[in-house]
Design a protein around this ligand. Structure first.
Ligand code: SAM
Length: 340
C-alpha cells in the first residue's frame, strides 16, 4: 500500500473545501473516466472523455495535483493508487460545503460542453462572499499596508480608483486609511455595490458605482493618480481590454497596484502546496465562472503568477516597479506598476 498517498487522500477527505472538489469530480464522472483510460491522461483528452470544458476541468484537476490526490508527469494526470483512492473516497459519502452546495448544479452545468459560459456575483452571491469572508481578519492590515505603499508614490491628496471592489470588504477600510484622498470603488455586480453602499454610509471620501471594467466612462480619461485591482485580474473576462481602460483612466506618472494569488503557472511547482490546492478549488467555483462569462478568457487562479507577470510586462507604457508580499502573505503578490 502507498502510505504517502493514503496520507494525502485522508488529508483531502478531512478538508471540507478540498472534499467539495472531489465531490464535484465524482459527479462529473472524472474519476470513472480516468479509471476507464487505465493510464495517465492529458487534460484535453480528459475533457473530451467527460464532455466538459477544458478551462473548468483544468482548474479542478490542478487543484487535485496540488493536493497530491492526482499524480502529474509529462503533462498527464493519473491516480497513484486506485485501491487507496477507492478505500478513502468511494466507500464514503462525499459532500459539498454548504456555501457551494446551492450553486453546484449551476457550476456542474457550466462544466458541460454545451452549458453556460459562467456566472458572476449577481447569479451566485454567496460564493464570492463566502470566499472573501475567509479573509475578513486581514482586511484592515491589508488596507493599512496598501496605504503605506501608496504614500511612497502619491501626494497627500490622490484620486484613487478601486476596480472590482466587490462588497467593499477591503475598499471600506482602505478608504478610511486614505481619508485625505477621494476613493472611487466600482464593480459590475449590482448586488455587491448595493451591499458596499450600505456598509459605507459613514465613509464620506468613498464613492461607489456599478461599472464594467472593460467600459469605463470617457470623462475619466487621465483622472486617477492610483488604481487598485485587488484579487481581480485573474477573474476578468478580457484582461487585455481591461488594462487598456486602466491605462486610459490613469494619469501620466500614475500608479497601478495589482494584487493577485501567488499560485504558480507550472502545476508541478504547486504539488504539495495546500494553499494552492485550496486557491484552485475556490477558483473552480468562482474565478473560472467569472472569467469565462461572455466567452471570456477563463483564466482563473491557475493562470499563475509567472504568466500574469509576463502579461503585465507586455502592457505598452506600463513598467513594473516592484513586486512585494503585502503583510508578508504567502498567498499574494502585489505588483506596483507605473505609467510612463
Ligand atoms: C474576488 S472579488 C474581489 C473583490 C474585492 N477587490 C476584494 O478584494 O474584496 C473580484 C471582483 O471582481 C468583480 N468583477 C469581475 N469582472 C468584472 C468586470 N468585468 N467589471 C467590474 N468588476 C468585475 C467581481 O464582481 C468581484 O466583485
Amino acid at each position: 500500500m502507498n502510505t504517502n498517498y493514503l496520507k494525502n487522500c485522508k488529508r483531502v477527505f478531512g478538508n471540507s473545501l478540498l472534499q467539495s472538489g472531489v465531490c464535484l469530480g465524482k459527479n462529473l464522472g472524472l474519476f470513472e473516466a480516468l479509471h476507464g483510460v487505465g493510464k495517465p491522461c492529458d487534460i484535453a483528452s480528459l475533457a473530451h472523455l467527460t464532455k466538459t470544458k477544458e478551462p473548468y476541468l483544468r482548474e479542478l484537476v490542478f487543484s487535485f495535483v496540488s493536493s497530491g490526490l492526482l499524480g502529474f508527469q509529462n503533462n498527464e494526470v493519473f491516480v497513484p493508487d486506485w485501491k487507496v483512492f477507492k478505500e478513502v473516497f468511494v466507500s464514503q459519502e462525499l459532500k459539498y460545503i454548504k456555501p457551494f452546495e446551492d450553486v453546484s448544479p449551476i457550476l456542474e452545468n457550466c462544466f458541460t460542453e454545451k452549458g453556460p459560459f459562467g456566472y458572476g456575483h449577481d447569479e451566485a452571491p454567496f460564493v464570492m462572499e463566502f470566499i472573501l469572508s475567509r479573509r475578513a481578519n486581514y482586511n484592515v492590515p491589508i488596507a493599512k499596508a496598501l496605504a503605506e505603499v501608496i504614500k511612497v508614490h502619491a501626494k497627500k491628496y490622490a484620486d484613487v480608483l478601486d476596480l472590482g471592489c466587490g462588497s467593499g470588504d477591503l475598499t471600506i477600510p482602505f478608504a478610511k486609511e486614505m481619508n485625505a484622498s477621494k476613493v472611487q470603488g466600482c464593480d459590475n455586480s449590482e448586488k455587491a455595490i448595493f451591499n458596499a453602499k450600505i456598509a459605507s454610509f459613514d465613509v464620506p471620501n468613498l464613492h461607489l458605482s456599478v461599472r464594467d471594467i472593460h467600459k469605463l466612462p470617457e470623462d475619466w480619461t487621465e483622472k486617477f493618480d492610483i488604481i487598485l485591482l485587488y484579487d481581480v485580474l485573474h477573474d476578468l473576462q478580457f484582461p487585455n481590454k481591461a488594462m487598456k481602460q486602466v491605462m486610459r483612466v490613469l494619469k501620466k506618472g500614475g500608479i497601478v497596484i495589482i494584487v493577485d494569488p501567488k499560485v504558480s503557472s507550472n502545476p508541478s511547482e504547486n504539488i504539495g502546496n495546500i494553499l494552492s490546492a485550496e486557491a484552485l478549488t475556490y477558483s473552480t467555483w468562482w474565478c473560472i465562472p467569472s472569467s469565462s462569462c461572455n466567452h471570456g478568457s477563463g483564466h482563473g487562479v491557475g493562470w499563475g503568477w509567472q504568466n500574469k507577470e509576463k502579461f503585465l510586462s507586455g502592457i505598452p507604457g506600463l513598467e513594473i516597479k516592484s513586486r512585494v508580499c503585502l503583510i508578508n502573505s504567502n498567498y499574494n503578490f502585489a505588483y506596483i506598476c507605473k505609467k510612463e
